[in-house]
Design a binder for this molecule. Structure first.
Ligand code: CA
Length: 191
């Protein structure tokens, strides 16, 4: 009797081979998830920095028009990008906007609408402008018009000095960690 030593060509995968394939896929997935997250967070930071710049420019535009900042009183902030500030910059239908933006000029308009209060973009019902992580921006303005501004002292190292800085407007986001006082991931109009 002749015995063939050749293995059958169309045999099934063994359990070991299957486990090897699964573990390779698992390793590849574990590498690509953080990479994807990083790429997404970098894209979010870029969007947020653009928002910060646009807001800073809108407030500058307001100042150039009225020789005043779009807020009541002389506090330098922080002001939140909620309805009070955004109404004035958008020339919305509100008492504060009527009072401060008398010539009804739109200095800012939303590029992205938020479906819920705590999602990225502008939420029309609450008048909130949120960053890419759903948190409100903070705005500092030289509202007492002494040509300098105090921003949080923890930015001292980052911008080379702390205390009074001779710049008129500062806008920042709390970043991915949603904490303003942990500045490592914060994004600002001065970045
Ligand atoms: Ca932070």
């Amino acid at each position: 009797m002749k015995i063939s030593l050749r293995r059958p060509l169309s045999r099934a995968f063994t359990l070991i081979e299957l486990l090897v394939v699964i573990s390779i896929i698992a390793v590849l997935a574990s590498i690509s998830v953080p990479v994807t997250k990083n790429v997404m967070n970098r894209a979010r930071s870029a969007t947020v920095q653009n928002d910060c710049m646009q807001l800073q420019n809108a407030i500058k535009g307001f100042y150039n028009e009225y020789y005043a900042y779009p807020v009541r009183g002389d506090s330098e902030g922080p002001y939140e990008t909620n309805s009070d500030l955004m109404d004035v910059l958008m020339s919305a239908d509100s008492a504060q906007a009527d009072d401060l933006n008398r010539r009804k000029i739109p200095f800012w308009e939303p590029s992205k609408m938020a479906k819920k209060e705590n999602l990225p973009g502008f939420h029309p019902d609450t008048g909130r402008l949120n960053d890419a992580w759903g948190q409100i921006y903070e705005v500092y303005m030289d509202a007492d018009d002494d040509s300098s501004l105090t921003i949080p002292s923890i930015y001292g190292d980052k911008f080379g000095r702390s205390g009074r800085i001779k710049r008129p407007i500062f806008v920042h986001s709390s970043g991915q960690d949603k904490k303003f006082d942990a500045i490592k991931d914060n994004v600002s109009s001065w970045d």
